[in-house]
Design a protein around this ligand. Structure first.
Ligand code: GAP
Length: 389
């Protein structure tokens, strides 16, 4: 999002900001879940997830009476200050976005950015989520990858469409199956308090279709609010014409949730020659190790030579080194953690200065000269999904 775009810069804002930021953003008043409790089992439910019948009859999904609906603000708070009397209630950010908005003018002026331009950041967000299930799909502390794109008010819908397409392409580019991806357009009653139009990217998890990213047309809501609350002018002065408050198109992806989706999408159990093979078919750009260096056996100097090769490859690629157990078992071990390539240093390597490289996906094995290994890996990663998926 930053390196491959000429008009987007990276940023890292504060987690704790002045509480007025969250009043201006609308989070103090609007960032709430309405919850009800099963009066018998004490189980909690989000009111909007109950069926019409359950709401009318005031019954939980277990068939028991429900408590009165209560509002829960999702922001965590803490206090800033040395004494109880003088301390101020502050919030842990529930999204990274607001840190960008309040710094909009600093970044625009110091980086001499002209509209349209974006500010992106990856960072922790915190929400006092009351319901958990499905592993890391929803957690209290999670990582977001957000980008705020500032545009002329007459161009907001055009850029909203543009970013929708680019963000969908991102998931395809990291190797996610197209059949498991779709858009979910928000109906007017689903829109968040800041959104003029919104669309989610949905992924088909083993537990059903769910959101992985929100793309929002936030209009000029945020900068207008922050201008009013901070009494600072956050408008933009173009080279020609009147100044105006820019509109914001936001792409808001969950990094933690993307990790879960990548694992779900890559996990396979295949049958090969009558036995099961567990494989994590990760895109090589995402795999923890790009290549594993495996001496055929420990003895006769093979392990030492292979180690030398590992140490030189490690300067450029993330490499694993494994000498224990049979070569077949070591291949399977690497398949399970998604290593796309395995390199075996064998007895022939001592005389022909070549190694065998095995591909995780096709199980194809090729003899490659040692001085050509770097080129082989780099070509493999670059063309992955084009030639050899
Ligand atoms: N700035 C807009 C915003 O935060 P959101 O739809 O509330 O929008 C964006 O959150 C993304 O953050 C979601 O699509 C999801 O991937 C991730 N996310 C939100 N809450 C989460 C949680 N409790 N645990 C893990 N990821 C979460």
């Amino acid at each position: 999002m930053v390196q491959e775009h000429e008009n987007i810069v990276g940023f890292d804002s504060a987690i704790l900001m002045h509480p007025t930021v969250w009043k201006a953003s609308g989070h103090v008043g609007n960032f709430i879940d309405v919850m009800v409790e099963d009066t018998i089992t004490k189980e909690r439910f989000r009111y909007d997830t109950l069926s019409d019948v359950q709401r009318e009859q005031n019954l939980s999904p277990n068939g028991n009476p429900l408590s009165e609906p209560k509002n829960f603000n999702l922001m965590f708070s803490t206090s800033l200050g040395s004494t109880e009397e003088s301390s101020m209630k502050v919030y842990l950010r529930p999204e990274t976005a607001q840190g960008i908005y309040v710094n909009f003018k600093n970044v625009q002026q110091t980086s001499r950015l002209k509209l349209p331009f974006g500010i992106a950041q990856v960072g922790k967000a915190f929400r006092n989520e009351l319901l958990f299930k499905n592993f890391i799909f929803r957690t209290c502390e999670f990582e977001q990858m957000e980008m705020q794109f500032f545009v002329h008010p007459q161009e907001d819908t055009k850029w909203f469409e543009h970013w929708k397409q680019l963000r969908m392409q991102y998931y395809k580019d990291i190797g996610i199956r197209e059949s498991h991806l779709r858009f979910h357009e928000h109906r007017p009653d689903e829109l968040a308090h800041y959104a003029k139009e919104a669309c989610d990217v949905f992924y088909h998890f083993p537990f059903g279709w769910n959101e992985i990213e929100g793309i929002h047309n936030r209009s000029n809501f945020d900068l207008t609010q922050h201008s009013e609350f901070s009494k600072k002018d956050l408008s933009y002065q173009p080279e020609e014409g009147e100044k105006f408050i820019p509109c914001i198109i936001e792409t808001s992806a969950g990094l933690t949730r993307t990790v879960l989706l990548v694992l779900c999408d890559a996990y396979r159990v295949e049958e090969i020659e009558g036995s099961a093979r567990t494989v994590l078919q990760l895109h090589p750009r995402l795999a923890p190790y790009t290549i594993a260096v495996l001496p055929l056996v420990k003895k006769d100097g093979l392990a030492e030579r292979a180690k030398q090769l590992f140490l030189s490859l490690q300067k450029e690629y993330s490499c694993a080194f494994d000498v224990n157990t049979s070569i077949g078992k070591r291949y399977r071990r690497q398949d399970e953690i998604g290593t796309p390539l395995c390199l075996t240093y064998d007895y022939d390597s001592l005389t022909d200065s070549s190694v065998t490289i095995r591909q995780r996906d096709t199980l194809k094995q090729e003899r490659v000269a040692i001085h050509k290994i770097n080129q082989y890996i780099s070509d493999y990663v670059k063309t992955y999904g084009v030639d050899n998926a």
